[in-house]
Design a binder for this molecule. Structure first.
Ligand code: HAM
Length: 454
């Protein structure tokens, strides 16, 4: 017997076989009961991006490892511990062996594409969005996976295109606020900070180095190393014992130069004018090295537990140059789509509980039930007609008992169409609508329009 739990076991009485293969830890299958919500989220994101003048970019899922080492930063958790990297052997004398990596994020790849296709030469601001999987070897838990999806966007261009303007930062943030509202995400908080320009960051790094020197020996080995190589990354550390020292470290806000302070003030002024609420969080430095000036996260309290960052982003004015390209300031974000879905599912559950009803399921327009094997062909021909008319249709089988046809139909569709000898001969069909219990005979010609009204 195959039990419900024993999903991997062979069906239909086949002899027990080898151990069933499971999805790799940290990866998931998204089954048809989940994908409608994913598609709705993606369709809404695409529609909002279009309203703000963004075009879609699709970059490869793997890139040279060096792209992330240089762009995201050697000392970040992502690059130092979480990448799926392999040595790609040369297959021909004309090829070189190289180290490749499954993308852990998409900003570096988008900026590589911007440089490679000389998109800056147009002089115009580039507004690009992407939706796709990312890969990080993190410890899997709710809201944290090894393959996860991001919906992201980047605004990048030569300084003459206005790419450095605080208006761009505010517009991206305002767009995100609108997108989350349109998706129905409730109770989000926008956490905002500025990590300064390259010079501010250099001064701040120096201050951190000095503050860390006398306490370095008490830090975990990773942080001891970072205290020397990239002290800003000590601030991302999740090591519990180091938190007391981390909390006492200097704050970036005290090291911002006049230019960065002014830029940040303008971003906030535009947000105020648009009525987008935010909370300034001076500890928000973000775990990637390319950030300059504005950094942000949107957090939520529902459904994510400790992984409460729904999305993150910021400005990266020096990234293009770090990757060998022209000066091209930019700002962008990535939404964790898996987390967004968890939040929406949790909210829907809470709403359904509050209203005392089960969360509603999408149903097909109609289930076509042939009453005998002789009507099977006519049933499929009718389904073909109805589908061509834009209706969603499932077809049963003439071997099914009437009771079984009704049971299946009631589960999957709003109407059942019965097709027996009489109906086929009379070019008609018997329709029952489950919500009202009404049953009637309808001529073939008017069937689609009748069903569409139910
Ligand atoms: P990030 O903060 O590393 O930024 O990731 C953005 C979002 O992706 C996070 O807030 C989270 O929702 C989601 N995320 C990250 N790791 C996982 C995971 N293991 N499982 C599920 N969701 C995850 C970036 O990736 C930057 N590229 C964002 C950006 C774009 N900055 C500028 N432009």
């Amino acid at each position: 017997m195959t039990s419900g739990k024993d999903k991997g076991a062979p069906q239909g009485g086949a002899r027990p076989s080898r151990t069933a293969i499971k999805a790799v830890r940290g990866t998931r299958d998204l089954l048809p009961d989940q994908t409608p919500l994913w598609n709705r989220v993606e369709a809404t994101a695409r529609a909002v991006f279009a309203r703000y003048g963004f075009g879609e970019i699709r970059t490869p899922i793997f890139e040279p490892t060096e792209l992330f080492a240089r762009g995201v930063g050697e000392e970040t958790d992502i690059v130092s511990k979480e990448m799926f990297t392999w040595e790609d052997r040369a297959r021909a004398a004309s090829e070189k062996a190289q180290s490749l990596t499954l993308r852990p994020e998409s900003t570096a790849g988008v900026v590589r594409a911007y440089i490679e296709h000389q998109m800056g030469e147009t002089g115009a601001l580039q507004k690009l969005y992407y939706i796709g999987p990312q890969f990080r070897r993190e410890r899997p838990q709710r809201g944290r996976y090894r393959q996860f999806w991001q919906i992201g966007a980047e605004v990048i261009g030569p300084p003459s295109s206005g790419s450095e303007s605080p208006l761009r930062d505010a517009e991206v943030l305002e767009m995100l606020a609108s997108l989350l509202d349109e998706l129905g995400v409730r109770g989000w908080t926008l956490e905002l900070n500025s990590v300064g320009n390259t010079e501010d960051r250099a001064r701040y790094n120096q201050a951190l180095r000095e503050a860390l020197a006398p306490v370095k020996d008490r830090l975990c080995p990773d942080n001891q190393r970072r205290a020397e190589t990239n002290p800003l990354r000590v601030l991302d550390s999740k090591d519990e014992q180091d938190q007391e020292i981390i909390n006492g470290l200097p704050k970036i806000a005290d090291y911002l130069g006049a230019e960065s302070r002014e830029h940040f003030a303008q971003v906030r002024a535009v947000l105020d004018a648009c009525g987008v609420k935010y909370h300034v969080n001076p500890r928000l430095v973000r775990g990637l090295d390319y950030y300059t000036r504005t950094t942000f996260e949107f957090t939520v309290q529902t459904g994510l537990g400790t992984q409460n960052a729904l999305l993150g982003g910021g400005r990266y004015d020096g990234l293009s140059e770090m990757l060998g390209g022209p000066k091209a300031p930019g700002i962008g974000f990535a939404i964790g789509e898996d987390r967004l879905i968890l939040v929406l599912q949790e909210q829907a559950k809470q709403d359904a509980e509050a209203a005392g009803v089960a969360a509603s399921e999408e149903k097909l327009d109609v289930y076509v039930a042939p009453l005998g094997v002789a009507q099977n062909a006519a049933a499929l021909a009718l389904a073909r007609e109805l589908r061509r008319d834009g209706l969603s249709v499932e077809v049963g089988d003439g071997t099914f008992k009437l009771r079984k046809s009704f049971d299946i139909a009631d589960r999957v569709a709003r109407n059942i169409v019965l097709l027996g000898e009489d109906e086929v001969a009379g070019n008609s069909a018997t329709v029952k609508t489950f919500a009202t219990g009404e049953q009637r005979k309808v001529g073939r010609g008017e069937l689609a329009s009748v069903l569409r009204l139910q």
